[in-house]
Design a protein around this ligand. Structure first.
Ligand code: AHR
Length: 655
């Protein structure tokens, strides 16, 4: 029904459409293959992307390691008569998880002494869903009981359970489950503690049971599903600036993110303090989503893993600390060991750990990034040392080198020259620019050296100016300009091997950076218009480039039109992507050179809005989303109907 209405509207618009000269698609020669990695995703723990986001843990500061040890927690009760709370720090004796909470219980009875955790901007609780509660404890005394209550946003109890803690002089883990009776987007948990003696608690945890693939302690299924739906060719992780750290001490170190979660050392998230106007004092990294989980998620969704590692340089926008060249061995060893962790035999040290974590088979790592947005001669010096060491042991791994934070200018030109001289395998270019830049740069790669390094458009997003309000920036104008630019990436897929929008996720109450591809609250996720642009490209990737020209030239901005075309060997279809960035409807004839026989129905995906400022929200998630229609293949020439401000994809079956 929707598509019939849409077709009627389209006919009305097309009545005043501008006729264009035909675009000729050459079917006589299949062009260069399009890499299976062409369209991927870039994950960084920014905007509560991991903790408070895709990592489904509901308890904030579960191990009391935030700067303020009780951040996120509230203690309940007299704290005198019934008992008291102390934060103990074991220091070097338990370096990875030094703090725990000691509770002195003085015959504490029902409802007298307790703890409450607020979650990350509340906890999303779902009706009838069981939740797994667990904690580590030791107890000097006879026994204690934890009375657990799930609360909704008005503090009504919506779920209950209890956990008996027998005396134990060693740390033990116990768990139970409790069901939420209703849905609450901003719930919390209250833990009443009853008993007598000295109780130590650590790693107090609450997970929903409907995680991705039902994994205990796993990831939020709705968020992973949003990624799976993109059918991404790769997952770049864990950043971004988070790789570099504000200083070297807080750089991302993958070895500290694997093994048992209670031994993954919590550190501050660099986005905690990065932007004064969006500070997030409660933003830390628990690394519950660590490198094993990243690899596993990439595998689950059929994407190649693409880790980016620190190269011995902290963020140059912050401290710009450098690891001296003669101390780079640790960093390089981390890179070599990561290859062993991902691909090594289970008899090796790191391969064994992977197997112990549940994945004896290799993760098939093929790419590794050295550095993120680093620049200058200091970067080149370090990159060369990494490259020599990595290529000597692992020539099979392709190395991704950073072209710095900017898309052109002095820093870019210097690196571009140096990296091409190396020669680098792949160069990681980033562009966060205005829509106009994206519209004007659809031919950026037409003139790149075809024999030089391949390109990874590792982070990009169109930024409309001025408005810091998230939903105002993730608008159709931005997305449309990205689509136009991406036709240029696709046309140049012989050298552009990978591309990913950035950043990926943002919590509506916890973001630092916008625009972002996917927005979430505690229960739901929504794709921005840019998400649907990405999806239309990645689910219509094709296998080979086809030449598509108008009067002998690629259509890349003339009359605000952009066209690219690919052949899909699997489905035997020609796929044409067309962007009309202008305000007038257009009829674009498509002519196939090579007189193919067509059959069946053409699938048409139209992404369009009358308003360039339109965006999607949790309440209107599909305001700008593709509308699918189909039409029979006709013997006559094909005329594509492009509404004003639209991105249209045709899939045309060929015999
Ligand atoms: O995507 C957000 C940030 O932008 C990344 O962390 C960084 O690489 C870039 O500057």
């Amino acid at each position: 029904m929707k598509s019939v209405l849409f077709a009627a509207l389209l006919t009305a618009t097309v009545a005043q459409a501008q006729d264009q000269q035909p675009v000729t698609i050459d079917l006589t020669a299949k062009g260069a293959p399009i890499a299976s990695t062409m369209w991927g995703v870039f994950f960084e723990d920014i905007n509560l992307g991991a903790d408070g986001g895709i990592y489904a843990e509901l308890i904030k500061n579960r191990s009391f390691e935030f700067y303020k040890p009780l951040m996120g927690w509230k203690t309940l009760g007299t704290q005198k008569k019934e008992g008291s709370f102390l934060v103990i720090n074991r220091g070097l004796a338990a370096e990875k998880n030094p703090r725990f909470l000691r509770i002195q219980l003085n015959n504490a009875g029902a409802g007298t002494l307790g703890l409450e955790n607020e979650g990350f901007r509340g906890m999303g609780l779902k009706e009838k869903l069981p939740y797994n509660f667990s904690c580590w404890y030791q107890l000097e005394g006879k026994a204690a009981i934890l009375q657990l209550e799930l609360l909704d946003e008005t503090d009504q109890v919506i779920g209950k359970s209890s956990l008996q803690l027998p005396a134990s002089s060693d740390w033990r883990k116990l768990e139970t489950s409790l069901v939420s009776q209703t849905t609450s987007p901003k719930g919390k948990i209250r833990i009443w503690i009853e008993g007598d003696g000295q109780l130590d608690l650590d790693m107090i945890s609450l997970f929903p049971t409907d995680t991705w693939k039902g994994r205990k302690g796993g990831l939020r299924a709705d968020m992973v599903q949003m990624l799976a739906d993109l059918k991404p060719g790769f997952v770049r992780f864990p950043g971004g600036c988070i790789v570099e750290g504000h200083e070297l001490d807080t750089r991302y170190q993958w070895k500290k993110t694997v093994g048992p979660v209670e031994e993954r050392q919590v550190i501050v998230n660099r986005w905690n303090t990065e932007f004064a106007h969006r500070s997030a004092p409660d933003y830390f990294q628990s690394f519950g989503l660590g490198f094993f989980e990243y690899f596993q998620m990439a595998e689950d969704i059929g994407a190649a893993p693409l880790p980016i590692l620190n190269c011995g340089m902290a963020c140059q926008f912050n401290t710009a600390e450098l690891a001296p060249l003669d101390q780079l061995d640790t960093y390089i060893q981390d890179a070599l060991d990561l290859i062993e962790f991902a691909n090594g035999d289970i008899s090796t040290q790191w391969g064994k750990l992977r197997a112990e974590m549940g994945h004896p088979l290799p993760f098939n790592l093929k790419y590794m990034g050295v550095g993120n947005e680093n620049w200058g001669p200091q970067y080149v010096e370090r990159l060369k040392l990494f490259t020599t060491a990595l290529k000597a042991k692992h020539p099979e791994i392709e190395i991704i080198s950073s072209a710095g934070p900017f898309s052109n200018g002095e820093l870019f030109d210097y690196l571009n020259k140096e990296l091409r001289a190396l020669p680098a395998d792949l160069i990681d270019e980033h562009y966060y620019r205005k829509p106009e830049w994206f519209l004007q740069n659809a031919r950026r790669y037409d003139t790149y050296d075809r024999k030089g390094p391949k390109i990874f458009a590792g982070e990009y997003a169109s930024h409309v100016e001025g408005n810091l309000q998230a939903d105002k920036r993730n608008n159709w104008h931005a997305a449309l300009s990205e689509a136009a630019f991406m036709t240029g990436l696709e046309r140049n897929a012989d050298i552009v091997r990978m591309a990913s929008y950035a950043p990926l996720f943002a919590h509506i109450e916890g973001w630092q950076w916008n625009p972002d591809l996917i927005w979430v609250d505690n229960l739901q996720s929504v794709g921005s218009p840019s998400y649907y642009v990405q999806k239309l490209f990645s689910t219509n990737r094709g296998t080979n480039i086809l030449t598509a020209v108008q009067a002998g030239q690629p259509l890349a901005g003339k009359d605000s039109l952009y066209v690219s075309s690919v052949w899909d060997e699997t489905s035997k279809e020609v796929i044409v992507k067309m962007v009309n960035a202008g305000p007038v409807a257009v009829q674009l004839p498509i002519v196939f050179k090579g007189k193919p026989k067509q059959k069946g129905h053409i699938q048409v995906y139209t992404l369009h809005s009358d308003s360039l400022t339109a965006s999607n929200s949790l309440t209107s998630p599909r305001l700008v989303a593709p509308i699918v229609s189909s039409m029979p293949v006709s013997k006559k020439d094909l005329k594509a109907n492009l509404p004003p401000h639209s991105f249209v994809v045709y899939r045309i079956p060929m015999k």
